[in-house]
Design a protein around this ligand. Sequence first.
Ligand code: NAD
Length: 266
Amino acid sequence: MSLIRLAIEKAKSAGVGWVAANNSNHYGIAGWYSLQAAQAGLIGLSFTNTSPLQTPTRAKAAALGTNPLTVAAPAKNGETFFLDMATTAVALGKIEIQNRKNEPLPEGWAIDKSGKVTTDGRVAMQEGCLLPLGGTEINSGYKGYGLAFMVELFCGILSGSDYGPKIRRWLEADRPANLGQCFIAVDPNCFAPGFSDRLQDMMDFCRNMEPTESSKPVLVAGDPEKMHMDKVNRQGGITYLQNQIDASAALAEKLGVDAMKSVIRS
Ligand SMILES: NC(=O)c1ccc[n+]([C@@H]2O[C@H](COP(=O)([O-])OP(=O)(O)OC[C@H]3O[C@@H](n4cnc5c(N)ncnc54)[C@H](O)[C@@H]3O)[C@@H](O)[C@H]2O)c1
């Protein structure tokens, strides 16, 4: 049984299910797990530690991972509040995409090995590290650092897996990853009645606020992903950059497997 399913079963019988895993590996999208709890009518949370990539505020080397956190909860009519975020300013994949597009990083995503903010994505990946959510200290990056530490507390430190700088480095496979993860499910029906009504009311209130730019409506967490999924469904597939397709084909050849199939559309 998957560990979020175990947490869901525990929450269904005891109100709360809290499960920690050690000796794990990269678990992909954190929200994959929280959403399963929301689909079962529960509040779902999940956390994972990762290879060290994030610098603590005032340091110039990595000690924590991109340590994502997620919470999902059922509102009305199949709607879900769905927050799923890295605790670094951006997830590593966004730096990879900037590099593939040959575009500089915005200031505040990463530092070089001397601790200075860099806009060079290759420097960030090869010798620097990612800044916490918020960026530098003046922009309250210490809050992202604190959240990443909280994730580590729930993951490696709680479960007894490797943690922080003790985790193997990104892309190195010299030893098992031994990551820690945490899966939580909470039954809102154990609290005040009307949870989903109030959640929907709050989401609708935010969405109906007057935006600063009329073309950009106020969203709640999960809306961008839902809009993107609708767009992908309309287009009949995911749009990739040519060099993403080339990199994937080169990897397929190296591994001796079929390359990803794609069609070119103008
Ligand atoms: N397994 C791992 O090691 C690992 C590590 C890091 C990240 N990740 C995954 O990478 C993915 C991307 O993470 P990210 O931090 O880049 O996400 P992101 O910055 O794209 O989005 C973060 C959250 O903000 C919300 N959001 C975005 N724009 C919004 C707006 N205008 N108004 C309101 N809410 C808004 C999104 O719905 C989302 O919940 C996540 O699925 C995460 O779990 C996995």
